[in-house]
Write a protein that binds this ligand. Structure first.
Ligand code: NAD
Length: 470
């Protein structure tokens, strides 16, 4: 495929292969843009931002609605592509396409409700004859930088609210998974989005991503990815708005009074969805003492039935890791825990990019897996007696995206949700639950700002105040 620059599908000098990480087959090629080529895209975006700002709301709504319809009409083609270039099974990929259409529809509807407020100036003595209001306005050019694990829907979570809010956006999709984003770009083109409002430039993150981040004409960097990259970007960005959707080391608490069947089913799914390559991956599972053994047994029974393998087979439950070196990193974190004395309950084996669903327990203090994000199908079991103990373990990490708790007791649920340091608490589902309209984002090392269309629109607009002296 080609880059989408100034409304044209553009070939560039250098190309790279896009590879299926399951069998290393070449799916397609995409351009590798240089810094100068990215700068050219930013030049076009200056005009694109003027065009975007001048687009009436009804036009933005219509384009977004049309894109959602086009996507649903071609959903299987998109799902197959997600499954091939990325890490998801075909069934998981179909779910992502459905969610993406929903994300774009929510953006179309939200564009109608970007409103301001009137201000009571007469609250200040001497200002009795002032009236005024504030409005929310586009901020200009937004740089969107996205990860590999949801190569379509996380792209939509940036470009749909950016366009709904009247901005121009330049997207740099992940190096390993650029095709879903380019295919989505084709739909915006077909829906007649004016040129340079959306541009998609492929290449190496540390090169063209850095060009985007450091250019003073970019008014906001909306980033989803790893914490280390996020910190580099913040250090390089200068005076810009920043949205940071980073990783985590999420936990669920299973209380003794929980519906155990529900807790097991949701926790297994949260642990091994997308082969654990999910910012909401359930990495730490804290189970109350009296149900620990039963929970463990039922968890293992369910997870052992998982079929790992070819992402395109309908009966595959878990796909592969994005690259062999990423799979080796997961193995290294697991080996560190086992070498320190942790017990392997299930799994633990790697074959190329395939990694078995893995569960460990009795993980000694100091093991890296307590603190670091594994971003793979490895989870840790913890035993606790009292909720206080569970909350202490849960909060004792420098991440805080979303956690879950399973209990039938309302006051336990409310008490725990108050005390968890994170951006979202999910009760009676694992922390791996999300709809695209809810506020989403983390505290501590998990990020800055919130996505979820309405909330992203707030981040992607600036307030202007107008005051009349009558
Ligand atoms: P990554 O940080 O390796 O890459 C993310 C993006 O940044 C890619 O497009 C990459 O090319 C680009 N990039 C790399 N170096 C750059 C630089 N110097 N300047 C600008 N851009 C640069 O992350 P990844 O491996 O794709 O994704 C995994 C991480 O993303 C995990 O930590 C996961 O938890 C997190 N994540 C978070 C959310 C969320 O919503 N909070 C969602 C999905 C993934």
């Amino acid at each position: 495929m080609k880059c989408f620059i100034n409304g044209e599908w553009t070939s560039l000098n250098k190309q790279m292969d896009v590879i299926d990480p399951f069998d290393s087959s070449i799916i397609d090629t995409v351009p590798v843009a240089t810094r100068a080529e990215m700068t050219t895209a930013i030049d076009y975006a200056v005009t694109g931002a003027q065009t975007a700002k001048a687009m009436p709301t009804h036009q933005r709504c219509q384009i977004l609605r049309d894109v959602a319809d086009l996507l649903l009409a071609r959903s299987e083609k998109f799902a197959i592509n997600i499954a091939r270039e990325g890490i998801k099974t075909i069934r998981e990929a179909r779910g992502e396409v459905r969610r993406c259409a929903e994300t774009i529809r929510i953006a179309a509807e939200s564009a109608r409700t970007i409103v301001g407020e009137t201000i009571n100036f007469d609250q200040m003595p001497g200002s009795e004859n002032r009236i005024g209001h504030f409005s929310r306005n586009p901020i200009g050019i937004i740089a969107a930088i996205t990860p590999f694990n949801d190569p379509l829907n996380l792209v939509a979570h940036k470009i749909a609210p950016a366009i709904a809010a009247g901005n121009a956006v330049i997207l740099k999709p992940h190096t390993e998974t650029p095709l879903s984003a380019l295919m989505l770009g084709e739909l915006f083109h077909e829906a007649k989005l004016p040129k340079a409002v959306l541009q998609i430039v492929t290449g190496v993150g540390s090169v063209i991503g850095d060009t985007l981040v450091t250019d003073p004409r970019i008014r906001m960097v909306s980033f989803t990815g790893g914490r280390a990259t996020g910190e580099k970007i913040i250090a390089r960005a200068g005076l810009k708005k920043i949205g940071m959707e980073l990783g985590s080391n999420s936990a669920v608490i299973v209380m003794a009074d929980a519906d155990l069947e529900n807790a097991v089913a949701n926790t297994v799914s949260g642990a091994y969805w997308a082969a654990g390559q999910n910012c909401l991956h359930v990495q730490r599972i804290l189970v109350q003492d009296s149900v620990y053994d039963k929970f463990k047994q039922n968890f293992v029974t369910l997870a052992k039935g998982y079929k790992v393998g070819n992402k395109l087979d309908e009966d595959t439950d878990m796909g592969c890791i994005i690259t062999e070196s990423a799979a080796q990193n997961i193995e290294e974190l697991l080996t560190d825990a086992l070498d320190r004395g942790a017990d392997l309950v299930m799994g633990g084996k790697r074959d190329g990019t395939l990694f078995q669903p893995t569960l460990i327990e009795n993980v000694p203090e100091g093991a890296r897996l307590h603190q670091e994000e594994v971003f793979g199908p490895v989870s840790l079991l913890y035993r606790f007696n009292h909720l206080d103990e569970a909350i202490e373990i849960l909060n004792n990490v420098d991440f805080g995206l979303q956690h879950g708790i399973f209990t039938k007791d309302l006051s336990t649920a409310l008490d725990a949700s108050k005390r968890m340091d994170c951006g979202g608490v999910i009760i009676n589902d694992s922390g791996d639950y999300r709809i695209d309209a809810m506020p989403f984002g983390g505290v501590k090392g998990s990020g800055l700002g919130r996505e979820g269309i309405k909330f992203a629109i707030e981040e992607m607009t600036e307030i202007k105040m107008v005051c009349f002296n009558i």
